[in-house]
Design a protein around this ligand. Structure first.
Ligand SMILES: NC(=O)c1ccc[n+]([C@@H]2O[C@H](COP(=O)([O-])OP(=O)(O)OC[C@H]3O[C@@H](n4cnc5c(N)ncnc54)[C@H](OP(=O)(O)O)[C@@H]3O)[C@@H](O)[C@H]2O)c1
Length: 248
């Protein structure tokens, strides 16, 4: 793509959930292209390590499930990082998940919705007005193949990812009269910290991924995100489903 595209050195990208997994790989890939990356998540210690390692990166403590944290997001940034060109709304989890609905803790279910759905909405609401005012911006949301079909013991996580899909399509409709681009990336099984966090057990998380014939690496999803960002301004990759080649 040309230097005029959004994926250009000096452009500002905000990646939520940048302390691990897909968000971390995306932050690394964007920084490697010379973008100034705001790395946001709750674990500030990890983010500080990341920001020290990545040229032009900035660590931002952000809890997307917290209204104040999201609402004040721009004010907590240095002035030269407030004009965000790219938002990768990636933060998400399934803590306490993979259980039959009645057997799960309802507070875990609620926190999953608050993070994956409400958190994404709050993050977009904080960033989109500036993009609109500049008529420049690309929002990438992280859906999932769980947002295309449900599975046993996945009712709430799937519900959140169906919501991400509807929300992303709704955003694209709302801003169809502007130059903003809205993309949803829907990954299949990707080996990250996601399963360890879900079970709150690192070994069990790894065992879970080992039950699949193949898994993707976080860098594979980062590549897909960069592909969508790197299209010419008149082209929107609306949805991209990315799955391992060998699934059985
Ligand atoms: N792995 C997969 O197979 C897969 C497949 C499809 C879709 N996805 C989606 O991809 C996204 C990233 O998942 P991942 O696999 O990379 O998981 P991961 O390795 O567990 O990373 C999740 C990231 O989200 C952050 N996060 C969680 N809750 C947060 C909150 N309240 N506020 C801010 N940040 C928060 C975590 O950081 P802190 O704990 O530091 O806040 C971490 O950086 C999620 O939306 C997930 O649903 C994953």
């Amino acid at each position: 793509m040309s230097e005029a595209g959004i994926l250009r050195p000096g452009a500002v990208a905000l990646v939520t959930g940048a302390s691990a997994g897909i968000g971390l790989a995306t932050a690394e890939a964007l920084a490697a292209k010379g973008l100034r990356v705001i790395c946001a998540a709750r674990d500030k210690t990890r983010l500080d390590g990341l920001a020290a390692r990545l040229e032009g990166a900035h660590a931002l403590a952000l809890d997307v499930a917290d209204a104040e944290s999201c609402g004040g997001l721009l004010r907590r940034l240095p002035k030269d990082l407030r004009e965000i060109d790219i938002l990768v709304a990636n933060a998400g989890h399934d803590v306490g998940g993979r259980k039959r609905f009645d057997e799960g803790d309802v507070e875990d279910w609620a926190r999953t919705v608050e993070t994956n759905v409400t958190g994404m909405i709050r993050t977009c609401h904080a960033v989109l007005p500036g993009m609109l005012a500049r008529n420049r911006g690309h929002v990438v949301t992280l859906g999932s193949i769980a947002g295309l079909r449900t599975y046993t013991h996945g009712s709430i996580y799937s519900a959140t990812k169906y919501a991400v899909r509807a929300f992303t399509e709704g955003l694209r409709a709302d801003y169809a009269g502007t130059d903003l681009r809205i993309t949803e990336i829907l990954p299949g099984m990707t080996r990250t910290e996601f399963a360890a966090r879900r079970f709150q057990d690192r070994a069990r998380g790894e065992e879970f991924y080992d039950t699949f014939a193949a898994t993707l690496d976080p860098a594979d999803i980062a590549n897909a995100i960069l592909y969508a960002l790197d299209q010419p301004p008149n082209v929107t990759v609306a949805q991209m489903v990315v799955v391992p080649t060998r699934e059985a």
